[in-house]
Design a protein around this ligand. Sequence first.
Ligand SMILES: Nc1nc2c(c(=O)[nH]1)N[C@H]1C(S)=C(S)[C@@H](COP(=O)(O)OP(=O)(O)OC[C@H]3O[C@@H](n4cnc5c(N)ncnc54)[C@H](O)[C@@H]3O)O[C@H]1N2
Ligand code: MOO
Ligand SMILES: [Mg+2]
Length: 430
Amino acid sequence: MVEKRKPIAVGEAVQRVMDYAFPAKKEFVPLTQAHGRVIAEAIIADQDIPAFDRSPYDGYAIRSIDSQEASSEHPVRFQVVGEIGAGFVYEEDVGYRQAVRIMTGAPIPKGCDAVVMLELTQTFEVNHQTYMSIKRSFAAGTNISYKGEEVRQGTTLITAGQYINPGVMALLATFGYQQVPVFRKVTVGVIATGSELLEPEEALQPGKIRNSNAYMVMAQIERAGAEVQYFGKLSDDLDLCIEIVGETLQKVDILLTTGGVSVGDYDYLPAIYQAIQADVLFNKVAMRPGSVTTVAARNGQLLFGLSGNPSACYVGFELFVRPIIRTAFGNPQPHLRREQAILGADFTKPNPFTRFVRASAYYEKGQLIAVPSGFDKSSAVSSLAAANAFIMLPGGSRGYEKGRQVAVLLLEDLQGSEWPWDNIKKSSKS
Ligand SMILES: Nc1nc2c(c(=O)[nH]1)N[C@H]1C(S)=C(S)[C@@H](COP(=O)(O)OP(=O)(O)OC[C@H]3O[C@@H](n4cnc5c(N)ncnc54)[C@H](O)[C@@H]3O)O[C@H]1N2
Ligand code: MOO
Ligand SMILES: [Mg+2]
């Protein structure tokens, strides 16, 4: 008699997995390798920005009081006593009706309190002495970028857990980080199971297929921000599988397998979990595809038994594995971002389980539209290429027509959701 499995709700299944989330660990990487990682400590300004009063323009630094009488009828003339480019300091005192030619980014010379843009001046020479004249007055503070006007020393600019984007890189460089504290990437081991599998370089043979899942989930692991270790494919040989799975667990933080989780004669994952004394957290989820997704734990370590069917494998990864990876970065929003969208095409197939339809989501006139991205069976491989979202359709006895509001989960987003699984309700007509 084949084992009868009891499906549990998706949210319940995700919660059971999240109970095994492990804490983030810190490591240091050189600045040049920090882009794309997640910062493990706050960035607190250890200096003001700007660090000194500086000129925002190419021009002349003056004492504003000396310009008070300037007008177009009576231009005021200044003796140019020096010049200074960015990176240098003008050390002398600047006196009555003296000006220093100054370039953008250079520190304001002592005594000066305004900068006149080059375009508003006239420069000329009299007896080998350079002068400039202006036709209007300038108030104190004109064209000065003040020390600390952007950021005050001691301000927290970035908190731990933030993705290091190019802007964060600029801050790290500004504050002189050579080694950057980042969360360690968890290592996810991948094993594909199935006697039918050939690697991409192998020629096709009758009854065999190429192993697409391993390459797909390895990319999903990287997209989620973890490190991959690939242990190859295993044929359906129970003893060999038990041995390799046991060994592999020692080498990784998380082990992910594809295939062999259903009730078929060669679906060995349930027996493998039993043999290595792993506790099965669930082996049936009320979702499509991916209902057979099985997750087990041994000594606190998670083993994800993803389906062999490519679309089911893909969905199982995004719902269950990705949030665990993102939690290991101290990310408080580790789940897929949930948004509302308009269903862009009829979806007539009813199903009692919650469905995760692989979809292409795009904005049109400010409205998010989601359209199924191709052949919709659990076995489909071709619809994944164009998928950047799942349309989440509550289970029920009817299909959904174009134009309805539906919930979508975004796959290529960095923001994430804290918990997208509440209120999976019937969609309503918008
Ligand atoms: N009697 C029942 N049969 C099935 C059930 C069920 O409840 N009762 N569940 C079905 C569902 S739903 C799914 S999903 C699949 C799950 O199958 P498994 O996870 O056991 O995976 P396999 O049997 O190993 O393979 C299924 C399918 O996927 C292909 N496959 C496997 N590995 C790969 C790979 N690495 N790359 C590409 N394709 C792969 C494999 O050739 C099979 O076609 O079970 C249903 N059956
Ligand atoms: O596990 Mo299956 O994906 O529901 O077709
Ligand atoms: Mg099977």
